[in-house]
Ligand binder design. Structure first.
Ligand code: F6P
Length: 322
Protein backbone atom coordinates (compact mmCIF):
# COMPACT_ATOMS: atom_id res chain seq x y z
CA UNK A 1 0.00 0.00 0.00
CA UNK A 2 1.57 3.24 -1.16
CA UNK A 3 -1.07 5.92 -0.83
CA UNK A 4 -4.00 6.38 1.56
CA UNK A 5 -6.61 9.05 2.28
CA UNK A 6 -7.88 10.37 5.59
CA UNK A 7 -10.78 12.57 6.67
CA UNK A 8 -12.66 13.66 9.78
CA UNK A 9 -16.43 13.61 9.57
CA UNK A 10 -19.60 14.30 11.58
CA UNK A 11 -19.54 16.20 14.88
CA UNK A 12 -15.99 17.11 15.85
CA UNK A 13 -14.48 15.73 19.03
CA UNK A 14 -11.35 16.51 21.04
CA UNK A 15 -8.66 14.03 20.09
CA UNK A 16 -9.45 13.93 16.39
CA UNK A 17 -6.23 15.86 15.75
CA UNK A 18 -4.21 13.42 17.84
CA UNK A 19 -5.72 10.57 15.84
CA UNK A 20 -5.01 12.28 12.52
CA UNK A 21 -1.42 12.88 13.58
CA UNK A 22 -1.03 9.19 14.38
CA UNK A 23 -2.54 8.15 11.04
CA UNK A 24 -0.20 10.42 9.09
CA UNK A 25 2.95 9.57 11.01
CA UNK A 26 2.29 5.83 10.98
CA UNK A 27 1.68 5.97 7.23
CA UNK A 28 4.91 7.97 6.75
CA UNK A 29 6.75 5.35 8.80
CA UNK A 30 5.55 2.78 6.26
CA UNK A 31 6.61 5.05 3.37
CA UNK A 32 3.07 5.81 2.29
CA UNK A 33 1.72 9.05 0.93
CA UNK A 34 -1.28 10.54 2.72
CA UNK A 35 -3.99 12.71 1.18
CA UNK A 36 -6.26 14.57 3.62
CA UNK A 37 -9.75 15.67 2.62
CA UNK A 38 -11.34 18.76 4.10
CA UNK A 39 -14.76 18.85 5.77
CA UNK A 40 -15.42 15.12 5.73
CA UNK A 41 -17.45 13.76 2.83
CA UNK A 42 -17.94 17.31 1.52
CA UNK A 43 -14.22 17.40 0.73
CA UNK A 44 -14.42 14.04 -0.99
CA UNK A 45 -17.25 15.26 -3.21
CA UNK A 46 -15.46 18.52 -4.04
CA UNK A 47 -11.97 17.01 -4.16
CA UNK A 48 -10.85 19.56 -1.57
CA UNK A 49 -7.62 17.99 -0.41
CA UNK A 50 -4.05 18.50 0.71
CA UNK A 51 -1.04 16.25 0.95
CA UNK A 52 -0.11 15.52 4.53
CA UNK A 53 3.35 14.84 5.91
CA UNK A 54 5.13 14.85 9.26
CA UNK A 55 5.18 18.62 9.35
CA UNK A 56 1.47 19.04 8.53
CA UNK A 57 0.54 17.35 11.79
CA UNK A 58 3.10 19.04 14.02
CA UNK A 59 1.78 20.76 17.11
CA UNK A 60 -1.75 19.46 16.87
CA UNK A 61 -1.83 16.62 19.38
CA UNK A 62 -3.01 18.97 22.13
CA UNK A 63 -5.61 20.87 20.10
CA UNK A 64 -9.36 20.29 20.17
CA UNK A 65 -11.44 20.32 16.97
CA UNK A 66 -9.96 19.02 13.74
CA UNK A 67 -7.47 20.76 11.45
CA UNK A 68 -9.09 18.95 8.51
CA UNK A 69 -12.44 20.49 9.50
CA UNK A 70 -15.58 18.44 9.44
CA UNK A 71 -19.19 18.49 8.29
CA UNK A 72 -22.44 16.60 8.32
CA UNK A 73 -22.73 16.31 4.55
CA UNK A 74 -26.23 16.46 3.12
CA UNK A 75 -24.91 15.89 -0.42
CA UNK A 76 -23.32 12.63 0.65
CA UNK A 77 -26.79 11.33 1.52
CA UNK A 78 -27.55 11.25 -2.20
CA UNK A 79 -26.44 8.54 -4.64
CA UNK A 80 -24.85 11.21 -6.86
CA UNK A 81 -22.83 12.53 -3.92
CA UNK A 82 -21.50 9.09 -3.01
CA UNK A 83 -20.58 8.38 -6.65
CA UNK A 84 -18.72 11.67 -6.89
CA UNK A 85 -16.85 10.93 -3.67
CA UNK A 86 -15.81 7.50 -4.99
CA UNK A 87 -14.64 9.16 -8.20
CA UNK A 88 -12.40 11.51 -6.20
CA UNK A 89 -10.82 8.58 -4.38
CA UNK A 90 -10.19 6.87 -7.73
CA UNK A 91 -8.65 9.99 -9.23
CA UNK A 92 -6.03 10.02 -6.43
CA UNK A 93 -5.34 6.30 -6.90
CA UNK A 94 -5.80 5.75 -3.21
CA UNK A 95 -5.38 2.23 -1.94
CA UNK A 96 -6.99 2.75 1.46
CA UNK A 97 -8.99 5.28 3.47
CA UNK A 98 -9.17 6.15 7.18
CA UNK A 99 -12.36 7.80 8.39
CA UNK A 100 -12.36 9.44 11.80
CA UNK A 101 -15.99 9.96 12.83
CA UNK A 102 -19.12 8.63 14.48
CA UNK A 103 -22.06 6.48 13.48
CA UNK A 104 -23.26 8.72 10.62
CA UNK A 105 -19.76 8.71 9.15
CA UNK A 106 -19.55 4.93 9.28
CA UNK A 107 -23.00 4.57 7.72
CA UNK A 108 -21.57 6.80 4.98
CA UNK A 109 -18.55 4.50 4.71
CA UNK A 110 -20.86 1.54 4.12
CA UNK A 111 -22.46 3.42 1.21
CA UNK A 112 -19.09 4.48 -0.16
CA UNK A 113 -17.81 0.90 -0.13
CA UNK A 114 -20.63 -0.03 -2.53
CA UNK A 115 -19.11 2.29 -5.12
CA UNK A 116 -15.38 1.74 -4.72
CA UNK A 117 -13.38 -1.32 -3.83
CA UNK A 118 -10.70 -0.01 -1.50
CA UNK A 119 -10.30 -0.93 2.17
CA UNK A 120 -11.74 1.55 4.65
CA UNK A 121 -10.92 1.56 8.37
CA UNK A 122 -12.72 3.83 10.83
CA UNK A 123 -11.56 5.42 14.08
CA UNK A 124 -14.41 6.08 16.50
CA UNK A 125 -14.53 9.85 16.90
CA UNK A 126 -17.54 11.12 18.83
CA UNK A 127 -18.06 12.56 22.29
CA UNK A 128 -21.15 10.36 22.74
CA UNK A 129 -19.27 7.04 23.22
CA UNK A 130 -22.20 5.27 21.59
CA UNK A 131 -20.43 3.00 19.10
CA UNK A 132 -20.25 -0.75 19.48
CA UNK A 133 -16.67 -2.06 19.38
CA UNK A 134 -14.63 0.21 21.63
CA UNK A 135 -14.63 1.05 25.33
CA UNK A 136 -14.03 4.75 24.75
CA UNK A 137 -14.57 6.76 21.60
CA UNK A 138 -12.28 9.69 20.78
CA UNK A 139 -13.65 12.78 22.54
CA UNK A 140 -15.64 11.10 25.29
CA UNK A 141 -13.07 11.43 28.05
CA UNK A 142 -12.48 15.11 27.36
CA UNK A 143 -16.20 15.82 27.11
CA UNK A 144 -17.02 14.16 30.42
CA UNK A 145 -14.21 16.08 32.08
CA UNK A 146 -15.61 19.31 30.65
CA UNK A 147 -19.02 18.39 32.03
CA UNK A 148 -17.60 17.59 35.45
CA UNK A 149 -15.84 20.93 35.61
CA UNK A 150 -19.16 22.67 34.88
CA UNK A 151 -21.09 20.50 37.35
CA UNK A 152 -18.65 21.23 40.15
CA UNK A 153 -19.14 24.95 39.54
CA UNK A 154 -22.90 24.59 39.41
CA UNK A 155 -22.79 22.61 42.66
CA UNK A 156 -21.07 25.55 44.40
CA UNK A 157 -23.78 28.01 43.47
CA UNK A 158 -26.61 25.47 43.97
CA UNK A 159 -25.32 24.75 47.47
CA UNK A 160 -25.05 28.43 48.38
CA UNK A 161 -28.66 29.10 47.33
CA UNK A 162 -30.21 25.76 48.30
CA UNK A 163 -31.30 25.28 44.72
CA UNK A 164 -32.12 22.45 42.39
CA UNK A 165 -30.21 22.55 39.10
CA UNK A 166 -31.40 20.71 36.03
CA UNK A 167 -28.40 20.32 33.76
CA UNK A 168 -28.73 19.19 30.15
CA UNK A 169 -25.76 17.40 28.62
CA UNK A 170 -25.18 16.16 25.06
CA UNK A 171 -26.24 12.74 23.87
CA UNK A 172 -28.89 12.71 21.19
CA UNK A 173 -29.32 8.94 21.28
CA UNK A 174 -27.17 7.98 24.23
CA UNK A 175 -26.99 8.68 27.95
CA UNK A 176 -23.37 7.67 28.41
CA UNK A 177 -22.11 11.20 29.00
CA UNK A 178 -24.99 11.76 31.40
CA UNK A 179 -24.53 8.58 33.41
CA UNK A 180 -20.80 8.80 33.98
CA UNK A 181 -20.86 12.50 34.84
CA UNK A 182 -23.84 12.00 37.15
CA UNK A 183 -21.84 9.47 39.16
CA UNK A 184 -18.70 11.62 39.15
CA UNK A 185 -20.49 14.79 40.22
CA UNK A 186 -22.64 13.09 42.86
CA UNK A 187 -25.82 14.07 41.03
CA UNK A 188 -29.16 13.35 42.65
CA UNK A 189 -30.97 12.12 39.53
CA UNK A 190 -30.50 11.14 35.89
CA UNK A 191 -32.73 11.10 32.82
CA UNK A 192 -31.48 9.30 29.72
CA UNK A 193 -32.89 8.10 26.37
CA UNK A 194 -32.18 4.45 27.23
CA UNK A 195 -34.63 4.41 30.15
CA UNK A 196 -38.31 4.84 29.40
CA UNK A 197 -40.67 6.62 31.79
CA UNK A 198 -37.75 7.99 33.76
CA UNK A 199 -39.76 11.09 34.67
CA UNK A 200 -42.05 8.90 36.82
CA UNK A 201 -38.96 7.44 38.42
CA UNK A 202 -37.66 10.95 39.07
CA UNK A 203 -40.87 11.93 40.85
CA UNK A 204 -40.65 8.90 43.15
CA UNK A 205 -36.94 9.46 43.65
CA UNK A 206 -37.51 13.12 44.60
CA UNK A 207 -39.67 12.03 47.54
CA UNK A 208 -36.69 10.12 48.92
CA UNK A 209 -34.33 13.07 48.77
CA UNK A 210 -33.00 13.79 52.21
CA UNK A 211 -34.33 17.10 53.52
CA UNK A 212 -30.85 17.79 54.90
CA UNK A 213 -29.50 18.02 51.33
CA UNK A 214 -29.44 21.65 50.40
CA UNK A 215 -28.57 21.36 46.69
CA UNK A 216 -29.68 18.86 44.09
CA UNK A 217 -28.40 18.26 40.58
CA UNK A 218 -30.54 16.49 38.01
CA UNK A 219 -28.73 15.50 34.81
CA UNK A 220 -30.77 15.19 31.62
CA UNK A 221 -29.33 13.82 28.38
CA UNK A 222 -30.58 15.92 25.45
CA UNK A 223 -32.16 12.87 23.80
CA UNK A 224 -34.30 11.93 26.79
CA UNK A 225 -37.97 11.45 25.94
CA UNK A 226 -38.99 14.06 28.54
CA UNK A 227 -38.15 16.83 26.09
CA UNK A 228 -35.24 18.49 27.83
CA UNK A 229 -34.14 20.38 30.90
CA UNK A 230 -36.76 23.18 30.79
CA UNK A 231 -39.61 20.67 30.80
CA UNK A 232 -38.08 18.76 33.70
CA UNK A 233 -37.58 21.98 35.64
CA UNK A 234 -41.31 22.77 35.22
CA UNK A 235 -42.27 19.33 36.45
CA UNK A 236 -40.09 19.72 39.54
CA UNK A 237 -41.49 23.21 40.25
CA UNK A 238 -45.01 21.77 40.13
CA UNK A 239 -44.12 18.85 42.35
CA UNK A 240 -42.11 20.84 44.89
CA UNK A 241 -43.60 24.36 44.70
CA UNK A 242 -41.35 25.74 47.41
CA UNK A 243 -38.22 24.75 45.46
CA UNK A 244 -35.99 27.12 43.56
CA UNK A 245 -35.10 25.46 40.27
CA UNK A 246 -32.57 26.64 37.71
CA UNK A 247 -31.63 25.22 34.32
CA UNK A 248 -28.22 25.01 32.70
CA UNK A 249 -27.71 23.67 29.18
CA UNK A 250 -24.06 22.90 28.62
CA UNK A 251 -24.28 22.62 24.83
CA UNK A 252 -21.32 22.73 22.50
CA UNK A 253 -18.70 23.58 25.11
CA UNK A 254 -18.71 19.81 25.58
CA UNK A 255 -17.31 19.37 22.08
CA UNK A 256 -14.30 21.66 22.45
CA UNK A 257 -11.17 21.99 24.50
CA UNK A 258 -7.75 20.42 24.70
CA UNK A 259 -7.98 16.63 24.80
CA UNK A 260 -7.12 14.98 28.10
CA UNK A 261 -4.04 12.79 28.44
CA UNK A 262 -6.19 9.64 28.23
CA UNK A 263 -7.79 10.98 25.08
CA UNK A 264 -4.53 11.78 23.32
CA UNK A 265 -3.15 8.33 24.05
CA UNK A 266 -6.37 6.54 23.06
CA UNK A 267 -6.63 8.58 19.85
CA UNK A 268 -2.97 7.96 19.01
CA UNK A 269 -3.36 4.20 19.46
CA UNK A 270 -6.51 4.14 17.31
CA UNK A 271 -4.90 6.20 14.52
CA UNK A 272 -1.80 3.99 14.57
CA UNK A 273 -3.87 0.80 14.56
CA UNK A 274 -6.10 2.08 11.75
CA UNK A 275 -3.11 2.24 9.43
CA UNK A 276 -1.80 -1.10 10.70
CA UNK A 277 -5.28 -2.49 10.08
CA UNK A 278 -5.23 -1.33 6.46
CA UNK A 279 -1.85 -2.96 5.99
CA UNK A 280 -3.08 -6.18 7.56
CA UNK A 281 -6.03 -6.36 5.19
CA UNK A 282 -8.86 -5.09 7.37
CA UNK A 283 -11.63 -3.48 5.36
CA UNK A 284 -14.89 -1.76 6.23
CA UNK A 285 -14.22 -2.07 9.93
CA UNK A 286 -13.86 0.27 12.87
CA UNK A 287 -10.80 -0.10 15.06
CA UNK A 288 -11.38 0.05 18.80
CA UNK A 289 -9.90 -0.89 22.13
CA UNK A 290 -11.79 -3.26 24.40
CA UNK A 291 -10.08 -4.06 27.69
CA UNK A 292 -6.89 -2.65 26.14
CA UNK A 293 -7.05 -5.15 23.25
CA UNK A 294 -7.21 -3.90 19.65
CA UNK A 295 -10.50 -5.00 18.10
CA UNK A 296 -11.84 -4.49 14.55
CA UNK A 297 -15.63 -4.35 14.26
CA UNK A 298 -17.54 -4.30 10.95
CA UNK A 299 -19.14 -0.90 10.34
CA UNK A 300 -22.59 -2.52 10.22
CA UNK A 301 -22.16 -3.67 13.80
CA UNK A 302 -20.31 -0.59 15.09
CA UNK A 303 -23.17 1.75 14.18
CA UNK A 304 -25.74 -0.19 16.19
CA UNK A 305 -26.22 2.09 19.14
CA UNK A 306 -25.53 0.75 22.58
CA UNK A 307 -29.12 0.48 23.72
CA UNK A 308 -28.69 -0.36 27.37
CA UNK A 309 -26.71 1.34 30.08
CA UNK A 310 -24.80 -0.76 32.58
CA UNK A 311 -27.28 -1.80 35.30
CA UNK A 312 -24.38 -1.82 37.78
CA UNK A 313 -23.53 1.80 37.03
CA UNK A 314 -27.18 2.82 37.29
CA UNK A 315 -27.50 1.05 40.64
CA UNK A 316 -24.31 2.70 41.84
CA UNK A 317 -25.77 6.09 41.05
CA UNK A 318 -29.06 5.26 42.74
CA UNK A 319 -27.43 4.12 45.95
CA UNK A 320 -24.88 6.91 46.16
CA UNK A 321 -27.34 9.67 45.33
CA UNK A 322 -29.63 9.05 48.29
O1 F6P B 1 -22.73 13.37 17.88
C1 F6P B 1 -22.17 14.20 18.84
C2 F6P B 1 -23.10 15.31 19.22
O2 F6P B 1 -22.35 16.22 19.99
C3 F6P B 1 -24.37 14.88 19.94
O3 F6P B 1 -24.18 14.64 21.31
C4 F6P B 1 -25.25 16.07 19.68
O4 F6P B 1 -26.61 15.72 19.76
C5 F6P B 1 -24.90 16.45 18.28
O5 F6P B 1 -23.57 16.01 18.07
C6 F6P B 1 -25.00 17.91 17.94
O6 F6P B 1 -24.65 18.07 16.61
P1 F6P B 1 -24.48 19.46 15.87
O7 F6P B 1 -23.23 20.10 16.40
O8 F6P B 1 -24.39 19.11 14.43
O9 F6P B 1 -25.67 20.27 16.21
Amino acid sequence: MKKIGVLTSGGDSPGMNACLRAVVRTAMYHNMEVVGFYRGYEGLIDNAHLNLDHKSVSNIIHRGGTILKTARSERFRTEAGVRQAAETLRSHQLEGLVIIGGDGSFRGAIELSKHIDIPIVGCAGTIDNDLVGTDFTIGYDTAINTVIEALDKLRDTAESHDRIFVVEVMGRDAGLIALRTAIAAGAEALLVPEIKNDVDKLLTHMKNWRSSKSSKIVIVAEGDESGGAYKIADIIRKEIPQSEVRVSILGHIQRGGNPTCMERVNASILGYQAVNGLLEGHRNEMVGLINKEVVYTPFEKAVKHIETLSPDMLRLLDILSL
